[in-house]
Ligand binder design. Structure first.
Ligand SMILES: [Zn+2]
Length: 289
């Protein structure tokens, strides 16, 4: 059985550490995250992105995560990342996810609050944790793009502390993703986090705060963000880049065109595991499970 994210984040918030939350797209990523979480005794906060939920993606990935929860001795949470509609959230709840994010961050405040409140009412009745986003964390280089794009200016969409208070009152959401200067994907230029803004938010918000776009953000800034109240750091691009680099290096030296995947992914696994271990230690979630 999955544990809820609320449970995991409450412990982290109380004891002043953070949880690295890893989006997993396939068996190799899932395996790397869980093996290292168990070795490091870190709770495993697994997430899935909507792009991987298409077709039979949701039941298959959920099935693997459910098997993981029975197989590993650390607590496992399975969280749907960046859902933008109720349909996907209903399917996730039926499938057994223990936590969902409703991302209304591209909507005006009132609409974001309304859809978040609707999701919270639905999800809480089923025992699921809900994360929402206020302000908007934009995109740097993501997905299948190959050209460097200019990062969106994060200053334009920072979280407004005054809105946070109203948003929590309206929605009773369990965790809140905030925009304080990060972006999703691979940065074109190094971000500078607005810790002053984070402090203003922490001062008025008792809910665990989530930082999206953890990949590529300098470690000293992430550590400062944790010290100033961030409880969950989302990491995807860094793990994918580690996997891709390992595959790229290996694939150039294949002796056998039918090299088995277990050998093909050797370097990818080493790279991902090193990165995941490093992020766990940075967050201080090791030894907490
Ligand atoms: Zn995100």
């Amino acid at each position: 059985m999955f544990v809820t994210m609320k449970e995991m984040l409450a412990d982290a918030q109380q004891k002043h550490y953070a949880l690295p939350a890893f989006d997993v797209s396939n068996y190799e990523m899932l395996r790397a995250v869980l093996d290292v979480c168990e070795e490091e005794r870190s709770p495993a906060l697994l997430m899935a992105i909507p792009a991987d939920m298409e077709g039979r993606g949701m039941p298959l990935l959920t099935g693997m995560a459910q098997a993981a929860a029975r197989t590993y001795s650390v607590p496992v949470c399975f969280h749907l990342d960046h859902a933008t509609n109720m349909d996907l959230i209903r399917r996730a709840a039926e499938m057994g996810f223990s936590s969902v994010m409703i991302d209304g961050s591209s909507l005006p405040f009132e609409e974001n609050a309304a859809i978040t409140a609707e999701v919270v009412q639905f999800a809480h009745a089923k025992g699921l944790t809900v994360e929402a986003e206020l302000g908007h964390v934009g995109n740097a280089l993501v997905g299948n793009e190959k050209d460097t794009v200019l990062d969106e200016d994060p200053e334009q969409t920072l979280t407004d502390p005054a809105e946070v208070v109203r948003f929590i009152e309206r929605t009773d959401v369990d965790a809140l993703a905030v925009a304080i200067g990060t972006a999703h994907g691979v940065y074109a230029k190094t971000p500078t986090l607005r810790i002053d803004r984070l402090d203003q938010i922490t001062a008025v918000c008792d809910r665990p705060l989530v930082l999206h776009g953890g990949s590529g953000t300098p470690e000293d800034q992430l550590k400062t963000a944790i010290a100033h109240g961030v409880t969950k750091i989302n990491i995807y691009s860094d793990v994918v880049a580690a996997m891709n680099a390992g595959l790229k290096s290996k694939i150039n030296h294949l002796g056998n065109p039918a090299t088995w995947p277990i050998f093909l992914f050797e370097e990818a696994q080493e790279n991902m595991r090193a990165l995941i271990r490093d992020r766990i230690h940075m967050c201080g979630s090791n030894g907490r499970a």
